[in-house]
Design a protein around this ligand. Structure first.
Ligand code: FAD
Length: 439
């Protein structure tokens, strides 16, 4: 038998359709399924309570899935390069497999790992096809290193060749190796999670996916923007942590139905942002297009926005849902982000930071580049568009059901009156913090 191979999990916490686990298994020897609680991420505060809770649950489900295959998850914590090198030395592993990722941090991590392993004559093998359906750079416009506009990207993306599906290994053999106990959320940092946070993990994610494909997706094209209908998949955190494979989702959604086609298109948006970030890692915090916008500093307005007390129910409902669930539907994110950047004229980075703290699916590519899109500094071909909160409310929450669900102060207001509470002079709900057209 050949030696051991390490499958180093990062944000690909699944056994199904996982190029890293498959490659380590195909090496033909024993496999060490390894996860390192990376002090580089924890020390930088990049794992706030919602993501910490989701991650801990996802690690437990991954461990259970691996045990079903005859293995288990090996856990270590500390400096990732040193920990991987130590596990490789303990098991005699000659190769380490890891998924390609796009953020600056993950690319630095890859380089450090490669250099550290090379010192011991071990090899790092990086696998694409894990994080996105199509790897960044797989389709390119002439003379450019990425697509800056979604529509032409989507045309090429739709017809590009995709990798075949990968089944979970039939059986895993582990070498003799000790593991730290699986972590508790408090091992990752302090703070309370959102009360209605989703439960992480591949097993849970696969149940949700089954349910979505058999019930939800059929109405997706019609209802995805209907705020009260809650008619989107809610799979984003499972995609962020890789509990589900985006390639599998595209394979299983039927693109000949309106719902399937619309859902696949949204997954292409995810790939689109990843290929932008891969080519422009600085876009995580710098304007992708410098439009010399003069942002306003307004701490009071930012606090009102972040606490859901702007006086505009459609904005406040979304921001309260964010705190309650660690998640918001796309339409609510668009409205809240447009309000902050276009109506209040506050820098998109302020909003992106708040979202990154609360969102369980917070992702450098998707969060930062969606914020830039709405702020007009990103990839939108109509950078000056402003989403008027009242018109958005009338269109996407016509009966006021969404705002009443999240703002109990408004439960007495009928129908559309809930979108203009200033007319009823409520005592316990704030007056609007700014004037908007159509008030
Ligand atoms: P569905 O409507 O069911 O869509 C299926 C999947 O497609 C999603 O899970 C997601 O992976 C992908 N997707 C859908 N819309 C987008 C989009 N506009 N851009 C990229 N991918 C998309 N998404 C994140 O995953 N992480 C983030 O940090 C994030 N931050 C955002 C910030 C702002 C300001 C905005 C406007 C959008 C952001 N999005 C982010 C995109 C989108 O809002 C979420 O992916 C979506 O709401 C997740 O819900 P769902 O899984 O029910 O989506």
């Amino acid at each position: 038998m050949t030696g051991a191979a390490i499958a180093l999990f990062t944000r690909d916490l699944r056994v199904q359709d996982n190029p890293v686990l498959t490659a380590a298994h195909r090496a033909g020897g024993t496999v060490v399924p390894l996860f390192v609680l990376d002090e580089g991420i924890l020390a930088r505060g990049l794992c706030p309570p919602n993501r910490a809770h989701f991650l801990v649950a996802a690690l437990r489900e991954l461990d259970a899935e691996l045990r079903d295959l005859g293995g288990r998850l090996v856990l270590r914590s500390g400096d990732i390069a040193e920990q991987v090198a130590a596990v490789a030395a303990e098991t005699g592993a000659s190769e380490v497999h890891i998924a390609a990722d796009v953020s600056r941090y993950s690319r630095d991590r890859e380089q450090r790992l490669r250099a550290r392993l090379a010192r011991d004559h071990r090899e790092l093998q990086v696998h694409t096809g894990s994080l996105t359906v199509l790897e960044p750079g797989a389709v390119l416009p002439a003379n450019r290193d990425h697509f800056a506009v979604f529509t032409p990207y989507f045309r090429r993306w739709s017809t590009a060749r995709r990798r075949p599906a990968l089944r979970a290994p039939h059986r895993l053999d582990l070498p003799s190796i000790a593991s730290d106990p699986l972590p508790r959320p408090e091992d990752l940092g302090r703070g309370e999670p959102s009360p209605e946070l989703a439960v992480g993990g591949e097993t849970t994610g696969r149940e949700m996916l089954r349910d979505w494909l058999s019930h939800g997706i059929a109405d997706y094209a019609r209802d995805s923007d209907d705020l009260a209908a809650d008619a989107t998949s809610r799979l984003s955190p499972y995609l962020h942590f890789g509990c589900l494979s985006p390639a599998e989702l595209v394979r299983r959604a039927d693109d000949s139905t309106p719902g399937g086609a619309a859902f696949i298109r949204q997954l292409a948006w995810r790939d689109f942002h990843h290929q932008v970030l891969a080519a422009r890692p600085a876009a995580a915090w710098s304007d992708y297009r410098d439009r010399a916008i003069r942002w306003r500093a307004d701490d009071q307005a930012v606090t009102a926005w972040s606490e859901g007390r702007t006086g505009f129910p459609i904005v406040d409902a979304g921001m309260r849902q964010l705190r309650a669930q660690g998640w918001m539907p796309n339409r609510a994110r668009l409205i809240a982000a447009s309000f902050l950047t276009k109506t209040l004229r506050v820098d998109w980075r302020t909003g992106a930071r708040h979202f990154r703290y609360w969102l369980v699916d917070a992702d450098v590519a998707d969060n930062q580049l969606n914020w830039q899109w709405i702020a007009g500094t990103g990839n939108d071909t109509r950078p000056n568009r402003v989403l008027n909160p009242l018109r958005q409310a009338e269109r996407y929450d016509p009966d006021g059901a969404y705002v009443r669900r999240w703002i109990p102060e408004l439960t007495e207001l009928d129908g559309r009156a809930a979108h203009r509470p200033w007319r009823d002079r409520l005592e316990d709900y704030p007056a609007p913090i700014i004037e908007c057209p159509g008030m």
